[in-house]
Design a protein around this ligand. Structure first.
Ligand SMILES: Nc1ncnc2c1ncn2[C@@H]1O[C@H](COP(=O)(O)OP(=O)(O)OP(=O)(O)O)[C@@H](O)[C@H]1O
Length: 303
């Protein structure tokens, strides 16, 4: 069973269709990178996944049920837009209040544990309004984690963080995923950062799903060619063409060779070594991740 599945999900605001027959599939245990331009519809989709907004049409299933069912709602942790903090209360009290509302068995222990987990252990008594944006995001994450969710929905959790904060939050997300098996849907414009954690991606454009792809798909599609440098490019080319008929080769003016079509560096290196051809350079040229996604997201929508 998938963690999330939507079918023909649609949301209209007046005459505007913000989400249009949107189909999404998030497997259990995925870190799902959800990407799209500003206004493409990410927040609106996330709100419907969380059961916070009612679809105009279509369906959302979270662990096979409606996110509005009490049993399912409990399994979803949400950090969407502003974390909904009480500024005049301390971080600890913000957590305690929600912990009590959720009826947790050990609200104090859980609140303390989560403050530590998100790196706010030392400032738990500080009023939330005195927090920096990064600290607020981390407190928001702690609040989302209170009910020990199986699914975390994080809308732009890296926004407004300094580079260190970005790394820290990414590390927390990965830790939750690896150690507690939490499935995560995370939207972000920080594609490079997403690329370091996502196992699967969904690209939304003007309310529609453009494409879903796995990290392996991205890896494959972003690897352009393998660059091979030898002292004897002519012979190397002959050897490689014979050995790897499915690949396409190009001899470059600088005497290097390029292998297109998913060349395996280790296999290419070994084939040349077997023939006694010394290899001085062998590296994969990657297409920029950002460029790859930006192309799918389409031009900035102005209007
Ligand atoms: N409550 C609302 N009433 C009217 N229109 C809305 C409402 N919420 C969202 N929209 C519109 O729906 C579209 C999608 O917005 P949404 O916030 O989901 O995009 P997004 O991809 O999350 O963008 P961002 O990255 O800027 O947060 C936008 O055109 C937005 O103006």
């Amino acid at each position: 069973m998938d963690a999330v599945r939507t079918c023909d999900l649609t949301k209209r605001f007046g005459g505007k269709t913000a989400v249009d027959r949107f189909g999404m599939r998030v497997g259990k245990g995925d870190i799902y990178g959800f990407v799209g331009r500003n206004g493409a519809g990410k927040t609106t989709v996330m709100r419907m996944l969380a059961g916070l907004a009612e679809p105009t049409g279509g369906e959302v299933r979270v662990f096979g049920a409606s996110p509005k069912e009490a049993g399912t709602a409990r399994r979803i942790g949400v950090l969407i837009e502003h974390p909904g903090l009480y500024g005049s209360m301390s971080a600890y009290d913000n957590l305690m209040m929600k912990a009590l509302a959720l009826g947790l068995v050990d609200p104090k222990g859980k609140s303390r544990e989560l403050l530590e987990f998100v790196g706010l252990g030392q400032v738990g008594r500080m009023k939330a309004k005195r927090f920096s944006l990064g600290m607020k995001q981390r407190l928001g994450l702690a609040l989302a984690l209170l009910g020990d969710p199986d699914l975390l929905l994080l809308d732009e959790p890296l926004n407004g963080l300094d580079p260190e904060g970005v790394q820290e939050v990414r590390r927390l997300i990965m830790q939750l995923n690896e150690q507690r098996g939490v499935t995560v849907v995370v939207s972000s414009h920080a594609l490079e950062q997403l690329g370091r954690m996502a196992t699967r991606y969904g690209v939304i454009r003007e309310g529609r799903m453009v494409r879903e792809l796995t990290a392996a798909d991205v890896e494959r599609e972003c690897s352009d060619f393998l660059q091979v440098e030898t002292a004897n490019p002519k012979r190397a080319l002959a050897v490689l063409q014979e050995r790897f008929p499915a690949l396409r080769f190009q001899a470059m003016p600088d005497a290097s060779l390029r292998a297109f079509g998913g060349a395996d560096a280790a296999a290419v290196g070994a084939a040349l070594a077997e023939q006694g051809i010394a290899v001085s350079g062998l590296y994969a040229h990657k297409r920029d991740l950002e460029e790859f996604f930006v192309e799918m997201m389409g031009a900035e929508h102005r209007g």
